[in-house]
Structures are given as structure tokens and as C-alpha cells.
Design a protein around this ligand. Sequence first.
Ligand code: FES
Length: 88
Amino acid sequence: MTDSQLLVEIAGSEQRYVCERGDTLLRAGLRAGLGLSYECNAGSCGICKIDLISGELDDLYPQAPGIKTAPSRRASPSSMCRSIDHSG
Ligand code: FES
């Protein structure tokens, strides 16, 4: 791991993968070979919804229609295709 990488762990599973800074959690997960569900890849369908347990992420498309950020986690996006490393 380098400073430009984020380790993503999927709760309730043994799955984990590395996400490069500036990449989305969805793209990095697919590239790592995970069978992640997605449809629009633009933050509007909600298929790749996540619940962030720890860490911080930035929202790549804060103005995207469709699913909104959970009130309890306003600073965090709610889908994998919108989520990028907070430090990036
Ligand atoms: S694939 Fe549609 S919201 Fe992520």
C-alpha cells in the first residue's frame, strides 16, 4: 500500500481490494475482479448503494439525481460509483 491507495474492506465478507486515489470504489472493485452490481455508473440508479462503516470518502457527483446522501453521513456519498478517496 502507498499513500495514494485506499484499502477497501467489504463488511461481512473476506473481500478487500485496493482503490487508487482518484478512482471510484466501483471501478477499482470491478478491476479487482469482484462481482459488484451496477447499472448507470453515474450515481443515479442506486444499484451500487453502500453503507460506509468507517473512513471518509468524497462524492464524485454531488449534484447527481437519484439516491441522496444519508442524513447521518452528509459528507459521504452513498454509492460506490460516486465514492472516491477522501484524501484525493
Ligand atoms: S451504478 Fe448507478 S448509482 Fe452506482
